[in-house]
Design a protein around this ligand. Structure first.
Ligand code: CA
Length: 232
């Protein structure tokens, strides 16, 4: 199974390195940035599974970053854990109101952070599971998991079970780019035995069946695929 990815936004180098080091040791793939502008760009380009967000930052502060992440379809679903200093209790309340999942007050122990990360990740997987039953409607496309039916402009499109799961997974998260590995582990489950290449085969088959709506699934060169944000 692909490693889960964590993105850290923290301006203090020693804290950033401590977090990186301890989370990598827990088996996560970790990236980081010292400020918000580059962090937002990188998070959007390669969506992580969780964000650790310091609130007190130069330039964009943590709350503003949180607001922008939650306003954007591509990043809205990423769980956020705020990292807070003493005296920021009011900001914590605001952040949770905006949709942040949890917070860790400084000073923290790496163990404590790892435990919170694990708990929030677990919750997020459960949320994704309830998502699996949700009808997704994007423009003319409708994907109904309980009836296992896909239609474009009310015309039914026959998909295999695997094609269906991939399309539903992507369509439920428009604008988010997923690597092939992520598509495999999230859409098909961690125990599926398929190669990266087979994702391409499935995508090609789905596009063929979508016909003139084939562009709903976009290729992001060097990374993977995303479902179009345009609802046409
Ligand atoms: Ca800081």
């Amino acid at each position: 199974m692909a490693k889960q990815k964590i993105f850290i936004v923290e301006d203090e180098a020693d804290i950033r390195e401590l977090l990186e080091y301890s989370l990598e040791r827990e088996g996560y793939e970790v990236e980081s940035a010292p400020e918000g502008v580059s962090a937002l760009a990188r998070i959007r380009r390669k969506v992580p599974d969780l964000i650790l967000l310091d609130l007190m930052l130069p330039g964009l502060d943590g709350l503003e970053i949180c607001r922008r992440l939650k306003q954007d379809d591509a990043t809205r679903g990423i769980p956020i854990i705020m990292v807070t200093a003493k005296g920021e209790e009011a900001d914590v309340v605001l952040g949770l109101g905006m949709g942040a999942d949890d917070y860790v007050p400084k000073p923290f122990s790496p163990k404590e952070v790892a435990a919170r990360v694990k708990a929030v990740m677990r919750r997020s997987v459960l949320d994704a599971a309830t998502d699996e039953k949700r009808v997704v409607a994007r423009g003319l496309l409708e994907v109904d998991p309980t009836r296992h039916k896909v239609s474009v402009a009310e015309e039914e499109i026959p998909l295999t079970a695997t094609e269906f799961r991939i399309l539903h997974f992507l369509a439920a998260r428009p604008g988010r780019v997923f690597e092939r590995e992520q598509i495999l582990s999230f859409a098909l489950g961690p125990n599926t035995i398929v190669t990266d290449r087979s994702v391409d085969v499935h995508i090609r088959a789905i596009r063929k069946k979508l016909g003139e709506h084939r562009d709903l699934i976009e290729t992001v060169r060097g990374i993977g695929y995303r479902f179009s944000e345009a609802t046409g």
